[in-house]
Design a protein around this ligand. Structure first.
Ligand SMILES: [Zn+2]
Length: 326
């Protein structure tokens, strides 16, 4: 049985410009690593390839640590914490961001949400901007979009989900860009280029991480969903990070992995990832990996599913998962 955990933002939140960012506080991250050291044996994705994806050949309590989105946090905070504990991690990068073509909409929206204490007020501001969109005449009414997308999620209330979906799926790319361009300055007090430099890991940092034994994989090019897009677009999303891995010097004989942005996956996406040469891929499905697994549909737990202090006992959720899986 294998547990794969996924992390996104990890930072000392209270000491940063965005203390309300939906991320994991560094102290809790370190607490969780110490908890994992007590209850699990950290292995790599290469180890999983070595046993031909037969998890019965891995240590009984095997665990893989994964990090999505290619964030500067991963270099600044996660790398030292892992090295200190002699643990390895697998870091998944959206190539547009690491190549300086960012920032990506997903991180902009998350930071804008973190910068606005009252999400209702933010929604009202965006609703007002929406009426001035150049494409407004061809777009649905804001109220109709709200009715369609404002549904509570696992971690977010309905209003936050609405704003995320508005920028992720509900609007055309040009409208998203137009709206974000009018929010970045007032809300974040910065511009696109500066924001991108602050938020993402660089190619040079990725090379250091690879040299220090960390695994680097692909997480799309632009971080858009890889489902429901044209075959040309899909190829770009899968090939972009592949070229990036070449560029940072990942050897061709090292197995490469892909994580689906937003966890969105279908048969066409799996085929594209396989065809590109990736050895396997990870989803956002919340389960343990057991037996011989579907290598392009490896499920992962979120960091919030596991205890985040060293001395904690296993929680009910992970106990129930294990019982279910064995
Ligand atoms: Zn992501």
């Amino acid at each position: 049985m294998l547990t794969i955990v996924v992390y996104h933002y990890v930072r000392p939140l209270a000491e940063t410009r965005y203390p309300a960012l939906a991320g994991l506080d560094l102290a809790r991250f370190e607490g969780q690593l110490d908890y994992i050291a007590r209850h699990y044996e950290v292995v790599s994705l290469a180890d999983l390839v070595r046993v031909s994806f037969d998890t019965t050949q891995l240590p009984h309590n095997a665990c893989v640590l994964t990090f999505d989105d290619g964030l500067a946090d991963h270099y600044t905070y996660c790398l030292p914490a892992l090295i200190q504990r002699k643990m390895s991690g697998a870091f998944f990068v959206s190539s547009d961001a690491a190549l300086g073509r960012g920032p990506l909409d997903v991180q902009l929206v998350q930071h804008i949400l973190a910068a606005c204490p009252d999400v209702q007020v933010l929604t009202a501001e965006i609703a007002a901007l929406y009426e001035s969109l150049p494409e407004r005449a061809s777009l649905p009414n804001f109220g109709a979009l709200h009715a369609q997308w404002a549904k509570p999620g696992r971690y977010d209330p309905a209003e936050v989900i609405f704003l995320k979906r508005l920028f992720q799926v509900a609007l055309p790319a040009a409208s998203v860009r137009w709206l974000l361009d009018r929010l970045i300055g007032p809300k974040l007090g910065t511009d696109r280029a500066t924001f991108a430099r602050e938020v993402y890991v660089s190619l040079a940092q990725l090379r250091v991480m690879a040299r220090m034994g960390m695994e680097i994989g692909g997480h799309g090019a632009s971080h858009r969903r890889v489902t429901g897009i044209s075959s040309d677009e899909l190829r770009l999303e899968v090939k972009g990070p592949w070229s990036l891995l070449d560029e940072i010097g990942i050897r061709p004989d090292e197995p490469r992995f892909f994580t689906y942005p937003h966890g969105a996956v279908d048969e066409t996406a799996i085929l594209a990832v396989k065809k590109a040469g990736y050895a396997g891929a990870l989803t956002g499905e919340r389960a343990l990996v057991k037996g011989i697994v579907a290598r392009y549909l490896l499920p992962r737990l979120d960091t919030n599913d596991l205890p985040q202090t060293a001395e904690a006992s296993p929680n009910e959720f992970t106990i129930a998962l294990r019982a279910e899986a064995s």
